[in-house]
Design a protein around this ligand. Structure first.
Ligand code: NDP
Ligand code: BG6
Length: 537
């Protein structure tokens, strides 16, 4: 893989022979990270805590600065104090270490400005130059767009106008003599568009100012250890790949369940719904990693090429049998964790007549040689009984049962990959019960991250921020992947828009489910119609 300067990436991340055989050397070059939206929820809960934890684990370079950008007029010191409180509350390693914090905080700065104001970006450019000069930095920059999605295009335009993020030389251009030019990378938060058209338009805007090699579209699910482990599980072990196909797999279930409701994000969720919020990005990304062909190399484009093929092979849902493939619903009042909770329509900033879905269940088919005939059932919802994300691979039954009635309790094997919480992998199979009779009982063989490794996995944002600083795009989504997943999802939204017109005239009703249940009856029917049932995760 080439970096932005056209040099092989290994030339910028030199292996350290002393660490050979121990762990991968992953310390990036000195840089400054500008966070647009620095006073927001994401910066407080995830970004600054992740950067602090990386510092604590000595994974950031010694010369590293953070510049927060937002509208409020506050001083560097006030911003540092706010970030200290945020890290104390949210960092993986807390409480924070006071000595480490003072060293870390010395290189945190705040810059006041409006996204739409070109002068603010000119001033930012000067501020960055001053900071870089005083800290001996060489101009490597990462810009993190933790802003409302409606501002993504204007921030990128302003970056371009102020020449803050120049495009790298084209691939294959003669290499400059001496040190490679500094990098300028841009991390863009989700949602990347709200349908196919807006995602395409945003890609066009972004590509006017930046080269795709500078763009890091973040999907935090790809930073989760267990999601990455899918690649290791499949491609570092010889025994699974031969059965990872329609000869052995009956169907696959992917569940992304949350027990929380929309919390304080009613305004955002009203415009999104579960299909946009969880499926278009996180769950389709997980599905594409699960189902892709082995890439020719573990490099960003080889991996993303294979994921893209899966997204492009998703069969469009037939208009005639739509209800047999797609179920949506909204939570009504119920209970969560033993407490009575209100329904979605009673949440803050939610319309009392809202038709936004808080639950979706789908049946997908991947039209490929490997997966032809294997349905993938995907469900996601808020206010379900518990928080759990898992992939369950249901294998076909043994071709011939030898044990007559005693074999009644034999169930097809299930490989359950638990993404969160209690991360791990379990294989269920039938075993003989001890005793003289040939009785069979289901048992499970389990691997748990916690007990096997005894360490807490890093936060997804830690991994992804570090990867961006290292210039590793493998776990970031490429423009064509985003468009392919929107192409599939937007057809469902178009169909729902037609249904909404009917609902307004009172002819169709959005189903509900009581908060704390596993969704509406129609989700069960989606499975029973195929002679299957959702697994209780
Ligand atoms: P918030 O609304 O909490 O923060 C928005 C930030 O943008 C604030 O710092 C605000 O600063 C700043 N801002 C807004 N408008 C302007 C403007 N015109 N000029 C300058 N600054 C402005 O959003 P979140 O932190 O929740 O989300 C940020 C992004 O991250 C969104 O794209 C969201 O979809 C995404 N995301 C968030 C998640 C979360 O858990 N919060 C999870 C996954 C993705 P000011 O102080 O000046 O108002
Ligand atoms: C975010 C969604 O992207 O992912 C939220 O906007 C959702 O609605 C969250 O709650 C789930 O992330 P995690 O890591 O808690 O599973």
């Amino acid at each position: 893989m080439l970096d932005e300067s056209g040099a092989p990436r290994s030339a910028t991340v030199m292996p350290n022979p002393l660490r050979e055989g121990l762990a991968e050397e992953r310390v990036p070059e000195p840089a400054v990270m500008v966070i647009f939206g620095a006073s927001g929820d994401l910066a407080h809960r995830k970004l600054l805590p992740a950067l602090y934890s990386l510092t604590r684990d000595r994974l950031l370079p010694a010369r590293f600065a953070i510049v927060g950008f937002a509208r409020r007029a506050i001083s560097d010191d006030t911003f540092r104090e706010e970030m200290r409180a945020a890290c104390n509350e949210h960092a993986r390693r807390r409480p924070i270490d006071p000595a480490l914090w003072s060293a870390f905080a010395r290189n945190i700065f705040y810059h006041q400005g409006e996204y739409e104001d070109p002068a603010a970006f000119v001033a930012l450019k000067q501020r960055l130059a001053d900071i870089e000069k005083s800290l001996g930095l060489h101009g490597n920059r990462v810009f993190y767009l933790a802003t409302p999605p409606s501002s993504f295009a204007s921030v990128i335009r302003s970056l371009g106008q102020a020449e803050l993020a120049p495009k790298p030389p084209p691939p294959g251009a003669p290499k400059p003599l001496g040190a490679p030019p500094p990098f300028a990378r841009v991390i863009i938060e989700k949602p990347f568009g709200s349908d196919l058209e807006t995602a395409r338009a945003l890609n066009r805007d972004v590509h006017e100012a930046l080269d795709e090699r500078q763009i890091y579209r973040i999907d935090h699910y790809l930073g989760k250890e267990t999601v990455q482990n899918l690649l290791v599980f499949r491609f570092a072990n010889g025994i699974f790949e031969p059965i990872w196909n329609n000869r052995f797999v009956d169907h696959v279930q992917i569940t992304g369940a949350e027990s929380i409701g929309v919390e304080a994000r009613g305004g955002y969720f009203e415009q999104a719904g579960s299909l946009r919020d969880m499926v278009q990005n996180h769950l389709l990304q997980v599905l594409s990693l699960f189902a892709m062909e082995p890439p020719v190399a573990f490099d960003p484009d080889a991996v993303r090429d294979e994921k893209l093929k899966v997204l492009k092979a998703l069969r469009y849902i037939p208009a005639s049998d739509f209800e047999q493939y797609v179920v949506r619903a909204q939570y009504a009042a119920g209970s969560s964790g033993g407490q009575a909770v209100r329904g979605y329509r009673e949440e803050a900033n939610v319309s009392p007549t809202s038709t936004t879905e808080t639950f979706v269940a789908l049946k997908l088919n991947i039209d490929s040689w490997r997966w032809a005939g294997v349905p993938f059932y995907v469900r996601s919802g808020k206010r379900l009984p518990k928080r759990v994300t898992e992939i369950a691979v249901h294998f076909k039954e043994a071709p011939h049962l030898l044990f007559g009635r005693r074999g009644d309790s034999i169930r097809p094997n299930v490989l359950a990959i638990r993404i969160q919480p209690d991360e791990g992998i379990a294989l269920n199979f039938g075993s003989k019960l001890p005793g003289p009779a040939m009785e069979i009982a289901p048992v499970s063989m389990e691997f748990r991250y916690g007990s096997s490794f005894g360490v807490e996995p890093p936060e997804a944002y830690e991994r992804l921020l570090l990867d961006c600083l290292l210039g590793d795009m493998t776990l970031f989504t490429r423009a064509d992947e985003v468009e392919a997943s929107w192409a599939w999802v937007s057809r469902i939204h178009r169909r729902w828009a037609e249904d909404a017109a009917q609902q307004e005239s009172g002819r169709a009703v959005l189903p509900t489910y009581p908060a704390g249940s596993w969704g509406p009856a129609a989700a069960e029917k989606l499975m029973t119609a195929d002679g299957r049932a959702w697994r209780l995760p």
